[in-house]
Design a protein around this ligand. Structure first.
Ligand code: 13P
Length: 258
């Protein structure tokens, strides 16, 4: 089966009203014939602004986190229902920066995945090993264990139905380092992740699930990743803040007015 590739930009804690306006307008202008699905995952305060800028275009909106809770006394958190009200389609869950700086555990991340799905959001579940993990356990052991734990925590294992989830393989050592994994490394781990999805959720779900690569993706290396059979797109950090780079990554640069 063919599924449309997904290029998602993760702005992280970057942006301003003025910068977002310029970036999103340029992206929207170039979206008409984008070869793949394109999304931007923006800081929560800018959701309304970017929702308005994306209106009527194919550019999709994402958030960078989602609360596992429905509502209530959880200061600082943003619920899946709130995100839904702003036209959000994707929610990044378990980015390594949140695991590292906010101590997020696989168990919590499972509940975030479940909350997102319950409210009709598509979680982009991030998994990936550190340089230390890579040395000690090889490339796929930690990402596969993280995927297993999150799916179990979300209560998805052996359940009927086909949850729409995206898995992003982001080796921690490749994030923001300028040193991307090779396409072969990304493919090797993506294939193991798909095998794990097949084992836990069934072959159909595994086939339909998009597995992204993230970590120092640029216009110069995107093609190599996109050629791999198990890599269905990319989660792009720094390069998603540069309209020429991001447009080029999503292969619609010729439509962006310069
Ligand atoms: P960079 O593309 O800046 O390496 O970041 C990747 C990332 O963390 C996307 O979520």
């Amino acid at each position: 089966m063919t599924k449309k590739k997904l290029i998602a930009g993760n702005w992280k804690m970057n942006g301003s009203l003025a910068a977002n306006d310029a970036l999103v307008r340029a992206l929207v202008a170039g979206m008409k014939d984008a070869a793949c699905t394109v999304a931007v995952c923006v800081p929560a305060p800018y959701l309304a602004q970017v929702q308005a800028l994306c209106a009527g275009s194919a550019l999709e909106l994402g958030a960078q986190d989602v609360s596992p809770h429905e509502q209530g006394a959880y200061t600082g958190e943003v619920s899946a229902a709130m995100l839904k009200e702003f036209g959000v389609r994707y929610a990044i869950v378990g980015h390594s920066e949140r695991r590292q700086y906010h101590g997020e555990t696989d168990e919590q991340l499972g509940r975030k995945v479940a909350a997102a799905i319950k409210h009709g959001l598509v979680p982009i579940l991030c998994v990936g090993e550190t340089a230390d993990d890579l040395e000690k356990h090889g490339p796929s052991a930690v990402p596969v264990a993280q995927l297993r734990a999150a799916l179990a925590g979300a209560g998805l294992v052996d359940k009927k139905g086909t949850p729409d989830i995206v898995v992003a393989y982001e080796p921690v050592w490749a994030i923001g380092s300028g040193q991307a994994a090779t396409a072969e490394q990304a493919e090797q781990v993506a294939a193991k992740l798909r095998e794990t999805l097949a084992e836990l959720l069934g072959a159909d779900v595994a086939d339909a699930t998009r597995i992204l690569y993230g970590g120092s993706v640029k216009s110069g290396n995107i093609a190599s990743f996109m050629r791999e059979p198990n890599v269905d797109g990319a989660l792009v950090g720094g390069a998603s803040l540069d309209v020429t780079e991001f447009a080029s990554i999503a292969r619609f640069q010729k439509h962006v007015g310069t």
